[in-house]
Structures are given as structure tokens and as C-alpha cells.
Write a protein of this length. Structure first.
Length: 326
């Protein structure tokens, strides 16, 4: 019996040692994968941008304040890239986020030749972003414009009446936390919001007028909130040229004396760290090694961060959002 007990104890020790070294191996593997991923990760390649290349930056989807994106553009400023082509495909987003991105691109433009290519859409905050460039190229069927500002909020007053719920509140002044969506919007609250929208709209109009060299007559024509096709936009001075990336490169060659044979290399911005493929792979390997295969499969099927961007936009919006059909 004593011998059997010793054998059992030895086996348990061996198992513990094997488990320990398996975990160590997994941790080392994850570290190696993360290190390789960070080297290749978007936003971490400013120091690797070759001097004999043009950096391609993509601005896609909703725009919001993003300090890591600003820092990535600042790294690009200090890189050896000869020029920058910014591709935009965005309906806009928050006014503050669009302004932040515009300012970052203006600083980048002061250091390197920069041209914008509008892909499918550069509307509202997306167009604010495009204004940072001295030259804007758009496809004939691109949508450009939507010069305006929006403040939307739901009002649940009638629903609250239906379900018999009333929200009580005590606040320091009538306009505190107004509108709140649980009571009819007062004339004073609506007037305050109207003032906010008009002030931001005046800033947007002034930016368009200054950057695109428009007179008041043309500005009134383009700043009514509509979007225009690329063909219309060029006649209205919203863009400078019709075409694609090749046209943008030709402009850089002709106007900024960039060498015509330089390759264009992607310079990606602000990935969501938990959504990176290499991280999901590393996590899956680790969980498989620890016998948690079912959890590993879930991580493989979905990123760690879930995008709920449109519902998370706060504050004043510079956003083109067509109404959905009833």
C-alpha cells in the first residue's frame, strides 16, 4: 500500500510539472505572437515607413475623438514617408471628433505633401476631414458634402404615459440635463440646443468657405445639408479633381515633385487591440492548452471588442444618416 501511495504521489508531481511547463510554453508562445503582431500592427509602423514610399491612410466608418489615432498620425509626421494619401469613406460622426481628426491632418500636411481621395462617401464630419487637404480627389459617383450639424435625442414621454411611469428629478436650474427624453422639451431647452447647433454650423460653414475659397453665394448653395455626387461636387468647388489613387499620385508628382515610381504602402491607424486576429489566435491556443476549448471557439468566432459605434455617439453630430424606411 505504501508503494502504491508513493507511485501516486510521484505521478501527481509529474503531472503538476508537465502542467507548469505547458503553461510556460503557452505564455512564451503568446508573448512571441503578441510581439510579432505589435510589429505588424496598424498604428505601430511609423518608424518602419520607408523613405522611398508614399503612406496610404484609410479613414473609414464613424468618426469620434480618438487620441491613439492622433498619436499614430504624429508618428507618421516624424516618419520618412515622402507623402501621404488619405482615403476617406465616412458618413461623419461627432463634431468634436471630426475637428480633432482635421487638426491632426493639418499638422501632418505641414510636414508632408498630403492629398485626399474620397471613396464611397465623405459626408458631414467625413467632409470636415477631407478639408484638411489642399487637394481633394473624388470618384464620379462618390457622395460628398452634407454640410450641417445635427443634435438628435429620443423623447419617451408618450411611452412613459402608456406604461404608467414617471421620472422624478431635482435639479439646480431649468436647463440642467435638458433635454432628458422623459418630459416634453421646453421652449427654453430647445432654444439652447438651437444655439449650440447654429454655432457649430457657423464654424463648419466658415471652414468650408476658407478652405475651399467660396463666396457667400456658392456657400449658401452647398451648405444646406445635401450630399452631392463627385461630378456635382467638382462644379461646386467641393472637390478638385475626379479620379482615384492614381490621379492623386499624379497630382503629388506634378505639384509636390514626388518621384513617380515610389510605392504606396498602407499605414493603418488605431486598431481595436482585442479585435486583432493574432490576439484571438493566441488566446485560442492558450485556452485549448488549458482544456477550455469551448471558450476558445467563442473567441475565434467573435472579437473581444464589439462595435456598437453608432449607438455610442455622444454630443453634437456632424453625420450624414439617411432615414430608414418605415
Amino acid at each position: 500500500m505504501s508503494l502504491d501511495s508513493d507511485v501516486i504521489v510521484d505521478r501527481r508531481r509529474i503531472r503538476r510539472k508537465l502542467t507548469f511547463w505547458r503553461v510556460v510554453a503557452v505564455v512564451v508562445a503568446i508573448g512571441a505572437i503578441v510581439a510579432l503582431g505589435l510589429i505588424a500592427a496598424p498604428g505601430s509602423r511609423a518608424s518602419l515607413t520607408a523613405s522611398g514610399s508614399i503612406a496610404r491612410v484609410n479613414i473609414d466608418g464613424l468618426i469620434r475623438s480618438d487620441q491613439s489615432r492622433v498619436e499614430a498620425l504624429e508618428r507618421l509626421e516624424k516618419s520618412q514617408a515622402a507623402a501621404v494619401i488619405v482615403h476617406i469613406n465616412s458618413p461623419g460622426g461627432t463634431t468634436a471628433g471630426s475637428e480633432q481628426l482635421y487638426d491632426a491632418l493639418v499638422r501632418l500636411k505641414a510636414r508632408k505633401p498630403l492629398v485626399v481621395v474620397v471613396e464611397g462617401l465623405a459626408a458631414s464630419g467625413g467632409y470636415i476631414t477631407a478639408l484638411a487637404a489642399d487637394h481633394i480627389v473624388a470618384r464620379q459617383s462618390s457622395l460628398v458634402g452634407s454640410i450641417g450639424v445635427l443634435f438628435q435625442f429620443p423623447n419617451f414621454t408618450e411611452l412613459m404615459k402608456t406604461v404608467g411611469v414617471k421620472v422624478e428629478e431635482v435639479k439646480s436650474s431649468p436647463l440642467k440635463a435638458a433635454p432628458n427624453g422623459f418630459e416634453p422639451t421646453s421652449p427654453e431647452a430647445r432654444a439652447a440646443l438651437d444655439a449650440l447647433v447654429k454655432d457649430s454650423y457657423a464654424w463648419f460653414r466658415g471652414l468650408v468657405k476658407a478652405r475651399r475659397g467660396m463666396d457667400d453665394v456658392l456657400l449658401e448653395k452647398v451648405a444646406d445639408g445635401r450630399v452631392f455626387t463627385g461630378r456635382q461636387a467638382i462644379e461646386l468647388k467641393l472637390v478638385d479633381q475626379l479620379g482615384d489613387e492614381k490621379v492623386a499620385i499624379a497630382w503629388l508628382v506634378a505639384e509636390k515633385k514626388i518621384k513617380s515610381d515610389l510605392p504606396v504602402r498602407d499605414y493603418k491607424l488605431t486598431p481595436r487591440f482585442g479585435d486583432m486576429t493574432f490576439l484571438r489566435t493566441a488566446a485560442s491556443i492558450a485556452l485549448d492548452a488549458l482544456g477550455l476549448g469551448s471558450i476558445a471557439r467563442q473567441i475565434e468566432q467573435a472579437g473581444v471588442a464589439q462595435a456598437v459605434d453608432q449607438f455610442g455617439l455622444d454630443g453634437m453630430l456632424a453625420l450624414w444618416r439617411p432615414a430608414l424606411p418605415n
